[in-house]
Design a binder for this molecule. Structure first.
Ligand code: GLC
Length: 418
């Protein structure tokens, strides 16, 4: 047996030309950079023939996207591995920028089906789901007994908390003009029973869409529970407001949960819980499906080594550790029955799983970024009162439909019942 061990060790020793260098720009939000550093250090001991260089990327989704597009459009061979937002995979795959990973036989049956669907393009898998994000409603357990089920209840509770406890704000979300705003809007939209697209047809300017956007706007100017400052906020600014005890509710992703549990940093440690976002009759509680995937640059000179890194980072042990350190949700459903996950996550795994299984993907299309860019502009115009919600959504829908038609994805499919 010893010779086997020796042989295995020999195969994995540093090659004469030095190790293959793999670059991996990844998120450093919260404790993400730290957990990755720990995992890569362990990987280095297993595979001295591969050296992974960790790089930082901008936190804001759109800025990161822009940077990747610059690199990949220029045909750069670096970075080798890309941390992709769930909404980018079809775009990068269709552009030929990332490798079809089916050649490495990824264990696709082990991941939540929705996360696999979001990473397929023309039937092939282009990225491996790393962690899954779902938009959630954070609520203060010291201010109310149960989370609100409808927006009307949320507005009442928020107003009460402000009047009785002198809170500065009622609710905060991500309202800057970037991808985060579309994620938040998609949750209001689902809550009112609407959708952004239906096949090749843009359906965002439906009555449900107008009600959803009107509700967001009214929460700022009519009920006065959402501060106008939210219109410049990303994830972190919202978290700061919530963890400083300034607001009764916050819409955010799971990463905020673990960070706010630290009483040295957070004034609300031990005094909050999460729930799915509210809904009105005719709609359903909706969580935007987000999260990160790992893909390989099609021009990488070290595809095999890059795959070894991805395979390692997406194993159950690393996902459990990430859940414990960062609070991010694993993409492997089997882990939700593992007591180790219950110990690792502050949120009961069954509750996390229930939200994930109700998560609604944003449209899976190679022109998602362009569609979102148009929608962001019009949503923001309505929220800053430059346009009324109905003409804003009508304007967005016209431009989005024109874009789909132009690239041949806009065939209006007949829809039953319409
Ligand atoms: C999170 C989500 C991602 C989303 C982004 C918006 O990173 O994982 O899917 O697009 O936030 O800000």
């Amino acid at each position: 047996m010893l010779w086997l061990v020796l042989l295995a060790t020999a195969c994995r020793s540093t090659p004469p030309g030095g190790p293959a260098v793999i670059t991996l720009p990844a998120s450093m939000l919260g404790a993400e950079g730290e957990v990755l550093r720990i995992q890569l250090a362990r990987f280095a001991r297993l595979r001295p023939d591969i050296r992974v260089v960790q790089r930082a990327t901008p936190d804001a989704a759109d800025q990161r996207h822009q940077l990747y597009v610059q690199w990949l459009n220029a045909g750069a061979s670096e970075p080798d591995i890309l941390q992709l937002d769930v909404v980018w995979t079809p775009e990068f795959a269709a552009a030929g920028w990332i490798l079809d990973l089916d050649r490495f036989h990824p264990p696709t049956d082990s991941f939540f089906p929705a996360t696999v669907t979001a990473n397929r393009w023309r039937g092939r898998l282009y990225a491996v789901p790393w962690f899954v994000d779902v938009g959630m409603l954070y609520w203060r357990t010291d201010l109310m007994r149960a989370p609100p089920a409808t927006f009307a209840e949320l507005e009442r509770e928020a107003a009460r908390a402000r009047a009785e406890r002198g809170l500065r704000y009622g609710l905060v979300w991500q309202g800057a003009r970037y991808e985060g705003l579309v994620a938040v809007f998609s949750e209001y939209l689902g809550g009112f029973g609407g959708r952004i697209l239906d096949g090749g047809r843009v359906t965002v300017s439906s009555p449900a869409g107008v009600r959803a956007l009107t509700s967001m706007r009214d929460q700022i100017y009519r009920q006065g529970i959402v501060p106008p400052a939210t219109l410049t906020w990303h994830e972190e600014e919202s978290r700061f407001a919530f963890q400083n005890g300034e607001t009764a509710f916050m819409r955010n992703w799971p990463y905020a949960y673990a960070l706010m549990a630290d009483s040295a940093e957070s004034r609300v440690a031990g005094r909050y819980a999460v729930a799915v976002m509210p809904a009105e009759s005719g709609g359903r509680p909706t969580a935007a499906l987000g999260g990160a995937q790992l893909a390989i640059n099609a021009n990488s000179s070290h595809a095999e080594s890059a795959w070894a890194v991805i395979d390692y980072l997406t194993r159950p042990e690393q996902m459990l550790e990430r859940a414990r350190v960062v609070g991010q949700f694993p993409t492997r459903p089997s882990l939700y029955d593992d007591p180790a996950l219950a110990r690792a996550l502050a949120i009961p795994p069954a509750q996390a799983r229930a939200i994930i299984e109700h998560a609604v993907p944003r449209p899976v299309t190679p022109v998602y970024t362009q569609l979102s860019d148009i929608l962001q502009i019009y949503l923001h115009r309505a929220l800053t009162r430059q346009l009324e919600p109905a003409p804003a959504l009508a304007g967005a829908a016209t431009e989005m439909q024109a874009l789909l038609d132009r690239v041949g994805l806009g065939e209006a499919r007949p829809i039953a019942g319409r």
